[in-house]
Design a protein around this ligand. Structure first.
Ligand code: SF4
Length: 202
């Protein structure tokens, strides 16, 4: 979308035929989302559905997103874990991530654009000047939170991993001789199992 082109959008909510917002491949989560959920005392209801994406970190940066689940109507397709397929609705509607609240409008630091032209709400309804201003402000905020999260997440991850490694080194130091012997046995058994698995696959 260019800024000159008039943006109109009305979410069809439960009457939406496609729910492309909930089936898009990556539903981004930001530190701002975590902070809002913590403030709302809602974090524990949501955390089980949030994941840290490490596999694609080198290519796209480390991100947080909602987990995925297969759709029962089409098991080749997946959707956000919070999508209630039967009700055709979001189970955390009032606390959904900022990327869902701004969807399908996004900002890339310079311009606004529509992320998914398949969204059934595009071109529907009248968007007042005030509503458009609010939608753009939210898209800008989402962009800022997305960049902040991608920038800071590797450092937060390193701090937590470092802490865990120090704690586990400390725990190893305090092991009794008997526990250390048991642990060595478990580790060597596991190594043997791994070696025999890799022999089988050769
Ligand atoms: S959090 Fe809700 S609105 Fe956002 S993608 Fe998941 S189900 Fe859809």
């Amino acid at each position: 979308m260019t800024e000159k082109k008039k943006y109109s959008f009305k979410c069809a909510e439960q009457n939406c035929p496609d729910r492309v917002c909930c089936t898009r491949p990556h539903v981004n989560v930001t530190f701002g989302d975590l902070s809002r959920w913590a403030t709302q005392n809602y974090l524990n209801h949501i955390l089980h559905g949030i994941t840290l994406n490490l596999e694609e970190a080198e290519e796209k940066g480390m991100t947080l997103s909602t987990l995925r689940k297969p759709l029962s109507k089409d098991t080749d397709q997946t959707a956000c874990v919070f999508f209630d397929e039967e009700a055709n609705a979001c189970r955390i509607r009032f606390s959904r991530p900022i990327s869902c609240r701004t969807f399908p409008l996004e900002h890339d630091g310079e311009k606004f654009y529509v992320t998914d032209k398949e969204c059934a709400g595009i071109g529907k309804g009248e968007v007042t000047r005030e509503a458009l201003r609010e939608a753009k402000q939210l898209a800008e905020k989402e962009y800022e939170e997305r960049v902040e999260t991608i920038t800071a997440l590797p450092a937060v991850y390193s701090v937590i991993m470092g802490q865990m490694l120090r704690q586990s080194a400390e725990a190893m130091k305090n092991l009794s001789d008997e526990d250390r012997k048991k642990l060595d046995e478990i580790m060597s058994k596991r190594e043997q199992e791994d070696a025999s698995k890799s022999d089988d696959s050769d």
